[in-house]
Design a protein around this ligand. Structure first.
Ligand SMILES: Cc1cc2nc3c(=O)[nH]c(=O)nc-3n(C[C@H](O)[C@H](O)[C@H](O)COP(=O)(O)OP(=O)(O)OC[C@H]3O[C@@H](n4cnc5c(N)ncnc54)[C@H](O)[C@@H]3O)c2cc1C
Length: 362
């Protein structure tokens, strides 16, 4: 007797941090879920990113981005403990704080911090040197002691395993998905086969607009390339240091990730010499002793760039949903974005008013 193929309640296209965490939230709320990725899960932007758990210069962002970031920052310690206990993989959450040089924005930054009860303090040059003796700062920085970071590849591995082992989630990898049909009645195709599903969610990061174009949705999310350098273990910094738009992120083993470029060059993937030189000169000017430390790796990733960094989290129609466009902040915004999507799809009270994140269809 032929078996009827299983038709999941919800299928997500794209298994980065956003797709994987959304799949988990939806399954946790009782839905049967399928997540599809054209390669191994969490190997694109979610692998390439730095893992700082705060927007850079957070006071520059809208209250809608801040609302997602604040919710996620409170949730992160619990998310990490849960992932460690369920999967045995440690995403290396470090909460050692962030130093930020931002002399010309001090008033805004301090007012922003006060209004939100976020810890933002002025400290002297000497106090900063005590915290980070190897760092050469051109001015006294601001100090945000509650900011943390995670090690992206490990966060991705932990989420992948969580989904693989969840009884209501089917993770399908190395399967290129395409959309056909219309927004109201979308069809999901993989390798010449029409995969039936309940509702669809597009969580394909920088490739979201490409997929939606097939159902005539014009979406402003576009790839914004970022290059990074990885320095060998040297333990020259213990907290995130952000100066002149560039940052050093310490890893638990003493390595330093240094980033990043911001390039509007489409899907041109290769890291290049110009990116290397630009980042390297910023790195040695911020931490002069890095001159003596080998660079182990250089890579590039594609941020899902959206206007003002505001993601789309909500329905395009009853059948087609989206959770994408987190730009420079997808790792920090992931827990709140996933929960907010699940709240809307499962008919629960949303954690945050979803109105600001509704897709603005063109
Ligand atoms: C250099 C750099 C530094 C960053 N630093 C930080 C930081 O410090 N803090 C922070 O919060 N954020 C940071 N980010 C941003 C963050 O990494 C992204 O916002 C986040 O990873 C986006 O997650 P995502 O799941 O939406 O996208 P992705 O991780 O890119 O996942 C999208 C997935 O969709 C899949 N896909 C695409 N098309 C298809 C298709 N047709 N069929 C099937 N699968 C498909 C892809 O294979 C991919 O796995 C950084 C990004 C970069 C590049």
């Amino acid at each position: 007797m032929q078996q009827t193929p299983h038709i999941p309640d919800i299928t997500l296209v794209g298994a980065g941090v956003i797709g994987l965490l959304s799949a988990f939230e939806l399954a946790d709320a009782g839905a049967s879920v399928r997540v599809i990725d054209r390669q191994q899960a969490a190997m694109e932007s979610s692998w390439a990113g730095g893992g700082i758990l705060s927007p850079l210069y957070p006071w520059r962002y809208s209250t809608a981005v801040t609302a997602l970031a604040s919710w996620s920052q409170h949730a992160y310690p619990g998310v990490i403990e849960f992932l460690k206990s369920k999967t045995g993989i440690d995403p290396e959450w470090l909460q050692n704080g962030m130093l930020v040089t931002a002399m010309s924005e001090r008033c805004e930054a301090l007012a922003w911090g006060q209004g939100l009860q976020q810890a933002v303090f002025e400290i002297s040059h000497a106090e900063a040197l005590e915290l980070e003796p190897s760092v050469h700062l051109s001015e006294a920085p601001l100090w945000m002691p509650k900011i943390g970071s995670v090690r992206n590849p490990r966060l991705g591995q932990a989420l992948r395993r969580l989904c693989q082992e969840h009884p209501r989630i089917e993770l399908i990898e190395t399967a290129q998905a395409a959309l056909r049909g219309s927004v109201e009645s979308p069809e999901l195709w993989v390798g010449g086969e029409h995969l039936k599903s309940g509702r669809l969610v597009i969580s394909a990061g920088a490739w979201t607009a490409e997929l939606l174009a097939s159902v005539s949705v014009s979406c402003p999310i576009k790839p914004m390339k970022g290059q990074m350098l990885l320095f060998s273990p040297c333990a020259l910094v213990s907290r995130v240091v952000l100066a002149d738009g560039r940052y050093a992120i310490p890893r638990g083993d003493g390595r330093i990730v240094f980033g990043s470029t911001l390039e509007d060059v489409g899907f041109r993937r290769a890291p290049d010499r110009a990116g290397f030189e630009d980042l390297y000169s910023s790195a040695v000017s911020l931490i002069p002793q890095l001159k003596n430390v080998p660079v182990e790796a250089q890579w590039a990733g594609f941020r899902p760039g959206s206007p003002d960094g505001l993601p789309w989290i909500g329905p395009l129609s009853d059948a087609l949903w989206i959770n994408a466009g987190h730009f420079r902040n997808g790792v920090v915004l992931a827990p709140a974005s996933a929960r907010l999507l699940a709240d809307q799809m499962m008919g629960r009270n949303p954690i945050i008013d979803p109105v600001s994140y509704q897709p603005k269809v063109f």
